[in-house]
Design a protein around this ligand. Structure first.
Ligand code: PLP
Length: 430
């Protein structure tokens, strides 16, 4: 019964696993093994030939990782998932799985800096062109699309601007042209289900909220199973024509009896096989622990963030608070439409005193950690102009939404009185 649930609180505890088939252990065991004995030669050749799905070698699949993959797929409403060694690996695989040298894809300008570098530089060196467009107008995605465009890519809740991406609008444009939308949902797990709004693929850096405790680096890709790759044969030859790297398998046909998993199975048995950016079973175990309390934590993260937004809104040294809850117009409408379960726990604010005030504020915090991270159980802060964005010109900083006095907070799970007290004492020192 539990596995039929649509409620995230239940899915994260029960989807994909009841007890260990070998020992009846209730907690998911860490299968710290590299390889798996085949029953006989027929079994081995069935597994290699994909006539049967099963364990061969931990670079490609692992029973602990499998539970995490099933749970995140269930949480996002997808058909299957693939755990990877980091969020960066997940972003790369998401695109590279369907975008080869000579192809292009269209990405939102509002992206995590690491993703930006990956797309603008490393993928360029691989012959893949990323066309960056402003997501404020969804039609920009249509304008940048041509016959060689293989996907769209964006973040649900990109910082520092925190303007929610128009998921349904861009997904609809993509579907009319045969282009799937890939969403990085790292900042809004549980709060948003991009697949429900027409996205085809979801990725997460599990390093953030899914892990939730700042212990492990990982990433995951979820296949929505809702994109008709066969209907767009010319755009997706890599899924519709024989793959020489896997004895001529045609991915849309090879795994059809197992469901609409052509995209994710190709990523697993070709990209992961070849590149080897695997998630360790130990980290998968850590993410399973994190996942169990994720819906509960997201609720408290959001409640605390709302209280901080309210508190800072009236502070005399703060000129602006940036959070979906205080946005107006189209941004507000999008936030309400796509973040129906909470507006997230990332927020920014601008200090009147510019760079010096930003530095002083950060240096005066006593409880908040000063780190380049988000989504930890602890409250975190950073001053982008003097750190993550310091190599950009002031104009480039402004384009990304970073002003000299901008401070970014990732609100944690501490008691709200203690969070506000630390912010107040640091503001008093500015
Ligand atoms: N996507 C977003 C939105 C992120 O914030 C990050 C990391 O900060 C990543 C992807 C990359 O994830 P990882 O650090 O796990 O490689």
């Amino acid at each position: 019964m539990a596995s039929n649930s649509k409620h995230p609180e239940t899915l994260v505890l029960h989807a994909g696993y009841r007890s260990d088939p070998a020992t009846n252990a209730v907690a998911v065991p860490i299968y710290q093994t590299t390889s798996y004995q085949f029953r006989d030669t027929q079994h081995a050749s069935n597994l290699f030939g994909l006539a049967e799905l099963g364990n061969i070698y931990t670079r490609i699949m692992n029973p602990t990782n499998d539970v995490l993959e099933q749970r995140v797929a269930a949480l996002e409403g997808g058909v299957a998932a693939l755990g990877l060694g980091s969020g960066q690996a997940a972003s790369l695989f998401a695109v590279q799985n369907i975008c080869h040298a000579g192809d292009n894809f269209v990405a939102s300008t509002d992206l995590y800096g690491g993703t930006w570098n990956l797309f603008a530089n490393t993928m360029k060196s691989m012959g893949i062109e990323c066309r960056f467009v402003d997501p404020a107008d969804p039609e920009n995605f249509r304008r940048a699309t041509d016959a060689k465009t293989r996907c769209y890519y964006a973040e649900t809740l990109p910082n520092p601007k925190l303007a929610v991406f128009p998921i349904g609008e861009v997904a609809a444009i993509g579907r009319s042209l045969g282009v799937p939308l890939i969403m990085d949902n790292t900042a809004a797990p549980v709060l948003c289900k991009p697949l429900d709004h027409g996205a085809a693929i979801v990725m997460h850096s599990t390093t953030k909220y899914i892990g939730g405790h700042g212990t492990s680096i990982g990433g995951i890709l979820v296949d929505g199973g809702n994109f008709d790759w066969e209907a767009h044969k010319d755009r997706f030859p890599m899924l519709n024509t024989p793959d020489p790297s896997y004895h001529g398998a045609v991915w849309t046909q090879a795994v059809k009896p197992m469901g609409p998993i052509a995209y994710i199975i190709k990523a697993r048995v070709t990209l992961l096989r070849d590149v080897g950016a695997a998630m360790s079973p130990f980290n998968a175990f850590m993410f399973i622990q994190g996942l169990e309390t994720l819906p509960l934590r997201m609720r408290v993260h959001c409640d605390n963030a709302n209280a901080v937004v309210k508190h800072l809104g009236s502070h005399p040294k703060i000129t602006k608070v940036i959070h979906p809850n205080v946005m107006t117009g189209e941004a507000r409408k999008r936030a309400e439409k796509y973040l129906s379960r909470g507006m997230g726990a990332l927020l920014g604010f601008e200090l009147e005193g510019g760079v010096e005030a930003g530095r002083k504020f950060i240096d005066s915090l006593k409880m908040f950690y000063h780190v380049a991270n988000i989504g930890d159980a602890r409250s975190l802060a950073i001053h982008p102009a003097s750190t993550t964005h310091s190599q950009l010109t002031p104009e480039e900083q402004a384009q990304t939404g970073v002003t000299p006095g901008y401070v970014r907070l990732s609100i944690g799970l501490e008691h709200i009185d203690d969070i506000l007290a630390d912010l107040d004492q640091a503001l008093a020192a500015v």
